[in-house]
Design a protein around this ligand. Sequence first.
Ligand code: PHE
Length: 288
Amino acid sequence: MQRAEFGRIANQLKIKIDATLDAMHATILEREKQKALELEALDVTLPGNRRRIGHRHPLTIVRKEIEDIFVSMGYSVEDGPEVENTYYNFEALNFPPGHPARDPRDTFYVGESVILRTHTSPVQVRTMEKTRPPVRIICPGRVFRRDAFDPTHSPMFHQVECLVVDEGITFADLKGTLERFHKEFFGEKTKTRLRPSFFPFVEPGAEVDVSCVFCDGAGCRICKGTGWIEVMGSGMVHPNLYGFVNYDADKLTGFAFGGGIERYAMLKYNINDLQLFFQNDMRFLEQF
Ligand code: PHE
């Protein structure tokens, strides 16, 4: 009898202990769950992390715009190497052996006859070498010169080159093309003027001016009172070039011009320091 009674009480005790342990276990689990929920709580009303989305660099915008104008006139866009042979950069462009532009103080030499191209004109030769006339191309790209940084100079900048070769191309075609391009780019009231100049690979050669985009040619501080701003070099393709590329110099004539893309961007957006293009300060870049 005593034994049965003891067994009953022990059993009741065991049930109580089990129940208490179960309850404690449940409380702990619940507490853990609450803690986890608090920790992982997501406030969907908080503002998100805004991603900074980039956009086109002003030089890219201007290059695209120039390309579009020429493509709409039937030109194709060519490309050429930035590391170039002196043959294409100088020899085949009719530069005499001792020409000052070849000086290592002006040009970056990579090897004895390998340089960083100093202009986009070598693409003229490369294009004629690989295609038969008629030729109608533009070539935008980077060029390199040993210039120190200042508001109008940089050791690396961009140019766009144009080359047209066919039978019967005249100086009037050069002038007309430049006029059309500048009206498209700067606006219909823009005038274009040519002044005699010299480049070894053209004859005759001419410096290209546009009527000042700031004062419409009246004369201001930026055009130094002249009403004109120089933008490019140009001319009729020198007949000697045709000899280098097996073109018939008796039948063909052509024109070429080339100028700095930074310059066009500076005039279009009224930017007075070339270095701004290469510092990549978002406060500057986001304005375009
Ligand atoms: N390549 C010349 C320069 O860099 C510009 C130019 C291009 C001149 C085509 C005439 C014809 O100064």
